[in-house]
Ligand binder design. Structure first.
Ligand SMILES: [Zn+2]
Ligand SMILES: [Zn+2]
Length: 145
């Protein structure tokens, strides 16, 4: 009886924590949930180590409210060759400049606003978002005085 209870509990936990796996837009492998921190899970491809972030997830890793320093950039860019792993149908990810001041291109779905990141891009983008947030604060305070 006790064993049964433990089993059903862990089954529930398993269900809650594991996001539905998607196909990597780059190599088409199934993604696995990657525990980024605390209760943040991302879909990560085991082969290329790329990661899929739903809208708002990138922002949440850096204490921002917007995934992009300038949210208008999402509508720019032209469709590339990868398909959105979340949207049904052939929705292409657009290659969008993360920030005008640098040359980092990220793959964004204009429909669901999810982002596909290469393995090395996450830390770069987090750093940019954090710096951007500090600058915004400085502007805000200097504007007040
Ligand atoms: Zn991959
Ligand atoms: Zn999409």
């Amino acid at each position: 009886m006790l064993q049964l209870e433990i089993d059903s509990l862990s089954a529930i936990k398993f269900k809650l924590e594991i996001p539905m796996s998607i196909n990597c837009p780059k190599c088409n492998s199934k993604t696995k949930p990657f525990n980024f921190e605390a209760d943040l899970f991302f879909d990560r491809c085991e082969d290329c180590k790329g990661m899929w972030m739903d809208k708002g997830e990138l922002a949440s890793t850096s204490g921002s409210t917007n995934d992009f320093p300038d949210p208008n950039t999402i509508t720019s860019g032209s469709p590339g060759t990868k398909n959105c792993p979340k949207c049904l149908g052939d929705i292409r990810l657009s290659e969008v400049l993360f920030m005008k001041a640098n040359n980092i291109l990220v793959d964004v779905c204009k429909r669901c606003e999810g982002i596909w990141l290469d393995s090395k891009e996450l830390s770069q983008l987090q750093a940019i978002l954090r710096t951007h947030r500090i600058e915004q604060k400085k502007k805000y305070f200097s504007g007040k005085s």
